[in-house]
Design a binder for this molecule. Structure first.
Ligand SMILES: Cc1ncc(COP(=O)(O)O)c(C=O)c1O
Length: 392
């Protein structure tokens, strides 16, 4: 099997699985219980929070465990927006047209609740710039939202510079850092945002666990509670904590950070290896997204004339797993909104592009097999109709 869809999700590392297994089997006490086995679990969670804070260079009190980044994005954006409006600070939010649905669908909801939202489009070079944010900011603007790395095309957004400018304007600033946490060597203590998020299944941890980092920025404007109940997570997100997955997530991040530089260098080499191999075989392609500010581990390529959804099915039959865009649209293969934002005048690109994304286990052999598969498809050697008959 060749798995090249690590931007969608990653395999859980064996060391992480062991941590989760041991915790589930041996430490099943409730962290809120007052007897010893509960206290032991509570202690391990406190340690995990401390370790996560150290890895990200933030304060322990700023860490909230969540069920993933969708929850964290929803919580951070809604809470900060609603609080600002309640305080009479304004109703205008600036974000980009290339955000993940867990951000875009929140801002769309906020629009139905009296908020005004400006969606910044990538410029002709495929960039989202700080100046674009500044230009549309008014005295009604309450907050800015931007992702760190785009999940479909791998563009890097200027979150550090945006943070400086947001801070100067006394705006809250939310960063969806899901595709950066792990591979990117960012010092989050230097990121002047009020909230940022992470999701364990993007860095070889389990699905259904993530975090929100919140730093209060104005005396009156504080993040509100997400869930009311027993008062866990400092009364902000009630519910018995998923300690085995919290421990697994922190272990996954620890392992990822320990190999960060080495892995990033590997991604750069793999990126060039992929492009060189395609060129050598005279396979026509164009890279989608920002050409200058991009990560090497997410490659979105336009194969002119080839319908991506058909290529995906044929590759699937060949045991090669890639994607045509965001996998988070519940298995649907609709045209990519992100590619529409980048290339509004080139509709053929929207449905003829593939995403190839690397993980720590990706090798050159994986890329060789992907290329072989592409070749087989172009030579008509993978027959959809025939295989459908076989499956039936
Ligand atoms: C940029 C980005 N934000 C948010 C999410 C949602 O994360 P989760 O799966 O933890 O809800 C994803 C997942 O694909 C993503 O890529």
């Amino acid at each position: 099997m060749v798995y090249l869809d690590n931007a969608a999700t990653t395999a859980v590392r064996p060391e992480v699985l062991k941590v989760i297994h041991d915790s589930l089997l041996n430490d099943y006490g409730n962290p809120s219980s007052t007897y010893r086995i509960g206290k032991k679990v509570r202690h391990s969670m406190i340690q995990a929070r401390k370790q996560l804070a150290e890895l990200l260079n933030v304060a322990e009190s700023e860490v909230y465990f969540t069920s993933g980044a969708t929850e964290a994005n929803n919580w951070a954006i809604r809470s900060q927006a609603e609080k600002s409006k309640e305080l009479g600070q304004g109703n205008h939010i600036v974000t980009t047209a290339i955000e993940h649905p867990s951000v875009t669908n929140v801002t769309k909801y906020l629009e139905t609740q009296g908020f005004e939202v400006t969606y910044i489009q990538p410029n002709e070079r495929g960039e989202i710039t700080v100046q674009q944010f500044i230009d549309v900011t008014t005295n009604q603007t309450i907050g800015w939202i931007a992702m760190a790395v785009n999940n479909e095309v791998g563009s890097i957004l200027p979150i550090f510079e945006l943070g400086e400018e947001a801070n100067e304007r006394n705006l809250w600033f939310h960063v969806d850092s899901v595709q950066a946490v792990g591979p990117m060597a960012y010092d989050y203590s230097q990121l002047k945002c009020t909230t940022f998020v992470g999701s364990a299944h993007k860095f070889n941890g389990p699905k259904g666990i993530g975090f929100l980092i919140y730093r209060s920025f104005q005396e009156h404007n504080h993040l509100g509670p997400l869930l009311y109940g027993g008062g866990q997570e400092n009364k902000m997100r009630s519910g018995t904590e998923n300690v085995p997955y919290i421990l697994g997530m922190v272990k996954a991040l620890e392992l990822t950070f320990a190999e960060q530089e080495e892995t990033f260098n590997k991604y750069e080499k793999l990126h060039h290896y992929l492009l060189d191999a395609l060129n050598e075989l005279d396979i026509e392609f164009e890279i989608n997204g920002d050409m200058n500010n991009r990560v090497p581990y997410i490659n979105n390529l336009w194969f002119n004339g080839n319908i991506a959804s058909q290529m995906l099915i044929k590759m699937d039959l060949d045991d090669v797993y890639i994607s045509a865009g965001s996998a988070c649209s519940a298995g649907s293969l609709t045209e990519s909104d992100i590619l529409k934002a980048y290339y509004p005048d080139q509709p053929e690109r929207w449905s003829q592009s593939l995403r190839i994304s690397f993980g720590y286990q990706t090798t050159r052999e994986d890329i060789d097999q992907f290329i072989q598969s592409l070749k087989k498809i172009s030579e008509g050697k993978i027959d959809l109709w025939h295989s459908k008959k076989l499956q039936n």
